[in-house]
Design a protein around this ligand. Sequence first.
Ligand SMILES: Cc1cc2nc3c(=O)[nH]c(=O)nc-3n(C[C@H](O)[C@H](O)[C@H](O)COP(=O)(O)OP(=O)(O)OC[C@H]3O[C@@H](n4cnc5c(N)ncnc54)[C@H](O)[C@@H]3O)c2cc1C
Ligand SMILES: NC(=O)c1ccc[n+]([C@@H]2O[C@H](COP(=O)([O-])OP(=O)(O)OC[C@H]3O[C@@H](n4cnc5c(N)ncnc54)[C@H](OP(=O)(O)O)[C@@H]3O)[C@@H](O)[C@H]2O)c1
Length: 395
Amino acid sequence: MTAANPTRERTTARAAKRPRWSRRNPFPATVLENTLLTAPDSEREVRHLVLDIDGSGLEYEPGDAVNVTPANEPALVAAIVDRLGVPGDTVIADRKGERTLTNALIHGFEITSVSPYLLDHLATARGVREVAELLAGDKADLEQWSRGRDVLDLLNLDATWHPTPEAFLSELRPLTARTYSISSSPSVHRGTLHLTPATVRHRARDDWGDGRDRGGAASTYLADRVEAGDTVGIYLTPNKSFHLPEPDTDIIMVGPGTGIAPFRAFVHERAQDDGNGRNWLFHGARRRDLDFLYSDEMTVLHADGAIDRLDVAFSREQEEKVYVSDLLGSHAEEIYSWLRDGAVLYVCGNADRMARDVDEALTTIIKDQAGLDDESARAEMERLRAAGQYRRDVY
Ligand SMILES: Cc1cc2nc3c(=O)[nH]c(=O)nc-3n(C[C@H](O)[C@H](O)[C@H](O)COP(=O)(O)OP(=O)(O)OC[C@H]3O[C@@H](n4cnc5c(N)ncnc54)[C@H](O)[C@@H]3O)c2cc1C
Ligand SMILES: NC(=O)c1ccc[n+]([C@@H]2O[C@H](COP(=O)([O-])OP(=O)(O)OC[C@H]3O[C@@H](n4cnc5c(N)ncnc54)[C@H](OP(=O)(O)O)[C@@H]3O)[C@@H](O)[C@H]2O)c1
């Protein structure tokens, strides 16, 4: 009898597992639902999308993320085409072959933010002083100046510049996919993948810009240009360091705003398993009636015992702001006891301020509860991180 070739079996297994869908070859997922999660009169706009991935071979776990290949807003594309002063159906040729200028701007290039190449070109080849000074100055000033500006703003800094479409496009960055936490559980929401995108909408400040409404490429694509029945190009990004622990391990989830997305997946998944691990969810919203995401569902899961503890910080329902970091502090003793007994604490959401404030709140909890000094408390935080008891997915 011929012995099986283990090497070959492993290779075949690996090949079978290799993702078929990728950045270059995204899966065209059909949109089954695209609904508003926030109230219509909320200042925040967050949506819930359900995508059909049945039969795609896409396999995800709670904690993984999905990448969406966006298409740019036609009105912004038309304004850029107008500024270039050539017809939108002008055929351009580049590495991708031949396509119209409009098609290239919709599908091929970043136009909702500033391009460093275009900035450089304006400073050096066109001698735009404002840009030259910014590039020579502080990085933070450049970042602040760039926030909210797009490539049309840059074109308009030099009204005398009339580049050919090819010359202009060569100064832009290729359009990239945007990442979203998957908010569904593969064992509960079978054959589908859910995401929870906040729509980025803003306007130029009074002291600059032309009063246009602006929006994020991918989030407005999902909000305004995609409806049930359409397809969206996607591929997965596994996130092993943000997966669930064994079903008997307690978990604490801290997810204000869209940070709740992976935790919706977690709690649905854990409601199905037969483990004894407890689930404690901290969410943050401005107001209960306006932007407490998945509020009905979370309330039912809490009442059913799938979420053992549910604490929500409503930041704008009283004079003083209340954030998830404050709620963690007010439950210091229990948080510490859960962590000491081996709970895994997850943080998801805004990287700038929220993640830092939560980190500080946890350090203070450990310092006070364990009677440590600052340095030892920080060392303990590092130990928790290294042991996989403190996991973050922040953006
Ligand atoms: C791992 C990971 C998970 C993520 N999960 C989620 C998720 O579950 N839900 C979610 O909503 N997002 C999530 N994101 C963020 C998401 O990937 C996008 O960054 C986000 O949707 C914005 O993309 P966009 O294409 O709409 O905006 P872009 O086109 O990338 O933004 C355009 C420009 O808008 C400007 N801008 C943005 N806001 C303002 C403002 N208020 N004022 C002025 N200018 C502004 C900025 O200058 C930015 O460069 C995640 C990111 C990562 C890395
Ligand atoms: N105009 C826009 O398009 C716009 C607006 C907001 C956010 N965004 C972006 O959208 C993305 C998603 O936002 P999101 O939905 O996750 O969050 P979010 O809706 O902006 O915030 C969720 C909750 O977290 C609170 N919060 C603010 N700072 C905090 C902190 N330091 N610690 C703890 N909680 C804090 C908020 O309070 P307060 O808001 O009351 O301070 C709010 O109650 C972020 O990247 C954000 O930058 C875009």
